[in-house]
Every structure is written in structure tokens, then in C-alpha cells.
Design a protein around this ligand. Structure first.
Ligand SMILES: CC(C)(COP(=O)(O)OP(=O)(O)OC[C@H]1O[C@@H](n2cnc3c(N)ncnc32)[C@H](O)[C@@H]1OP(=O)(O)O)[C@@H](O)C(=O)NCCC(=O)NCCS
Length: 194
């Protein structure tokens, strides 16, 4: 299932930086969510149990653990694919990880979201299954799982021009933070849970 989800992720997010790291990296990435207590991983399957969608999340306080756990896979992927170093998004990403160490900046917690809070890191639906409410069901399942872990709030970053994801979030009661547009062109959405 992890391997099928990794294939789907690479297909859906082929233009994204993390897919450029290759299937091995994406498989490790998804495995991390599946096997980590502080993370959520949900899959939607069709009648033949083929993966048609998935959602991944992590507690706001433990996201850094994923980067730490995957650092050697990142290094080995860079050795095999050194051209990633020419992708300016790689350096933007690296800077965004290093800068807070030197100069604390506003992050989720400083937006005063009630804690504990969970980040929706990724949600994707196979192109052939879109507009059939798979995304909506994944969002509902994600919220239910988060609520069962006594989570007080959810948040996600989404590119400003990603209309389908933004509409989906808003349909599920999420709201965008004003003035949250990042230098990478993404907006922060949140939802408070009861
Ligand atoms: C965003 C995504 C997960 C939506 O999945 P989906 O299964 O097609 O969504 P649903 O059928 O459940 O749609 C639920 C609601 O979302 C909104 N929505 C979904 N796709 C939309 C689109 N293309 N345009 C506008 N609104 C859209 C609508 O409000 C829709 O409700 P409606 O059908 O009653 O109008 C899917 O388009 C996708 O995988 N996109 C690529 C990956 C991505 O960008 N993920 C988000 C960033 S991590």
C-alpha cells in the first residue's frame, strides 16, 4: 500500500520538489507518516482496493522529526540526482529550515492556534477519481482522527493558485489566515476543533 501511495504521490505531485528526490525518498517519506505515533496517514481505496487518494498529517511539534529521520535518504538522493541542487526551490527550502534556527520567525504556534495542533501536510486524489468527493471524505476522516487524538486545531499551507485545494478546505470549514502569504506563494489555512 505504501508503494502504491508513493506512485500516486509522484504522479500527482510530479512538479513538486519532493518528487524530484525519486521514488525511494517518497516511499520513505510516506512510510514515516504510516509508522510514526505523532503522524496521521489515511488512504482512500476503490472497490478493488486500489489507492485512489491519501492524506498525511503530523503534529505541529513533531514535523522536525520527519526531516531528521529522512536526512540520509535526502543525502543519498542528492548524490544520485545532483541536478536537484540546481533547483532554486531546493535552496529556498533549505533556507526556510535553517533560518528559524538562527532567528526565530513566526510559525504555526506563534499564530496562536490552540494546541495540540496537527498539520495537514499532503492530500491527493488520483486524477481519474476527482470531483467524486474522495477529497471531502479524506478531509472528514482526517478531522475525525485528529479529534480522536484530542487535537484542538488543524492547519495547512497551500499555494495561493491551488483553487481546487483551497475550495476543498473552505468547504470543510477551514479559513485562510490574513497576511499569511509566504515568499513561496503559499497561504496558511486553519480550522479550530471542538
Ligand atoms: C484538491 C483535491 C485533493 C480535491 O479532491 P477531489 O476528490 O477532487 O475533491 P472533492 O470531489 O471531494 O471536492 C470537494 C469540494 O472541493 C472543491 N473542489 C474540488 N476540486 C475542485 C476544482 N477543481 N475546482 C474548484 N473546486 C474544487 C469543491 O468545493 C468541491 O465541492 P463540490 O464538488 O460540491 O463543488 C484534488 O484536486 C487533488 O488531488 N489535487 C492535486 C493535489 C493537491 O493540490 N493537493 C493539495 C495540496 S497538498
Amino acid at each position: 500500500m505504501v508503494s502504491d501511495t508513493a506512485n500516486l504521490h509522484v504522479e500527482i505531485f510530479s512538479a513538486y520538489l519532493n518528487s524530484r528526490f525519486g521514488k525511494r525518498y517518497i516511499t520513505s517519506y510516506i512510510n514515516w507518516f504510516v509508522h510514526t505515533n505523532e503522524a496521521l496517514a489515511i488512504a482512500a481505496v476503490d472497490d478493488e482496493r486500489r489507492i485512489v487518494g491519501y492524506a498525511l498529517g503530523v503534529s505541529s511539534k513533531h514535523g522536525y522529526k520527519m526531516h531528521r529521520a529522512l536526512r540520509w535518504v535526502v543525502v543519498s538522493s542528492l548524490i544520485i540526482r545532483p541536478w536537484i541542487l540546481c533547483d532554486k526551490r531546493f535552496w529556498q527550502e533549505a533556507r526556510s529550515r535553517i533560518e528559524p534556527l538562527a532567528r526565530p520567525v513566526k510559525t504555526c504556534d506563534q499564530h496562536n492556534l490552540p494546541q495540540p495542533s496537527i498539520a495537514l501536510v499532503t492530500i491527493g486524489v488520483h486524477p481519474a477519481y476527482r470531483r467524486e468527493r474522495v477529497g471531502l471524505h479524506l478531509m472528514e476522516a482526517f478531522e475525525q482522527m485528529a479529534t480522536s487524538c484530542k487535537t484542538q486545531s488543524l492547519y495547512a499551507w497551500v499555494f495561493e493558485d491551488n483553487v481546487s485545494a483551497r475550495q476543498l478546505y473552505e468547504k470543510c470549514g477551514w479559513q485562510p489566515y490574513t497576511n499569511s502569504l509566504s515568499t513561496r506563494g503559499s497561504l496558511k489555512y486553519f480550522k479550530l476543533l471542538d
